[in-house]
Design a protein around this ligand. Structure first.
Ligand code: FPP
Length: 245
């Protein structure tokens, strides 16, 4: 696609995070089962990933399955895991073709074995790609991530692997799943909900938040462009005054 005129190439966010919400409501609106909504959600995942790569975004993090989502009806959890396995297997070739590197954050050891294996395989196969990094948050919650990081830090101290007088931001960051990525400048949430839902609480400290009424299966490339255009109109002050910028 030609570079969209609505956005400025020189001030793109480096990292966009998305809470993909509304698959179930979209299915209901279309008189279909919830899983149909998730399947159509995958189409949006494909579109938005392709769009982000084309625009030159460096990192895209998608909230695909939260720690709390394990509490959904068993049939829906199974269907979502199955969808993940088939999607990852099917899309690896396209990821390579588009120079996209796949990564995952979350308690991925607790995913079903088939899912974990497919994920590890795709992460390995795409590891040398240098374009967009697509990060799937799976079995992820921010409170889990923070506590997991603190416990790892304690273990390192106890086993003399590390010694700290004080823990500063950069040390703490090095214990988070997102240690290798910059914080997102832009968070998008679909479906008209105004919540963060236990997602990247530390990393979103200074992110610009963008909410849209669109349900996730309706969210397409042009919506991503609109969100970026909206972000580019904001004044990011980081606690300073306008005059200081
Ligand atoms: C939220 O909609 C969506 C999810 C919990 C899952 C998102 C998963 C996908 C889009 C498919 C798999 C993803 C990848 C990366 C292959 P909801 O079910 O909470 O919708 P509702 O709030 O309307 O019920």
């Amino acid at each position: 696609m030609p570079f969209p005129k609505e956005i400025d190439k020189n001030s793109l966010p480096e990292h966009i995070a998305i809470i993909m919400d509304g698959n179930g409501r979209w299915a209901k609106k279309n008189n279909r089962a919830r899983v149909f909504g998730h399947k159509n959600g995958v189409k949006s995942v494909r579109e938005v990933t392709e769009g982000a790569a084309e625009l030159g975004i460096k990192y895209l993090t998608l909230y695909a399955f939260s720690t709390e989502n394990w509490n959904r009806p068993k049939a829906e959890v199974t269907a979502l895991m199955q969808l993940l396995v088939t999607t990852i297997a099917k899309e690896t070739k396209t990821l390579n073709k588009n120079n996209i590197r796949l990564q995952a954050i979350g308690d991925i050891k607790h995913l079903p074995k088939s899912c974990n294996q497919e994920l590890e395989k795709a992460i390995e196969t795409t590891s040398k790609n240098t374009g967009l990094t697509l990060i799937l948050a799976l079995s992820y919650s921010s409170k889990w991530e923070i506590l997991n990081g603190i416990n790892q830090l304690l273990n390192d101290v106890k086993s003399n692997k590390a010694e700290f007088e004080v823990v500063d931001e950069s040390i703490f960051k090095s214990y988070l799943c997102t240690k290798d990525y910059p914080d997102p400048e832009l968070l998008i949430r679909t479906s008209g909900e105004f919540r963060i839902s236990n997602f990247l609480l530390w990393q979103l400290a200074y992110s610009e938040l963008y909410f849209t009424e669109k349900l996730w299966p309706e969210f397409k490339k042009e919506d991503l462009i609109e969100a970026i255009a909206n972000y580019q109109k904001r004044e990011r002050r980081f606690g300073k005054t306008s005059e200081q910028l």
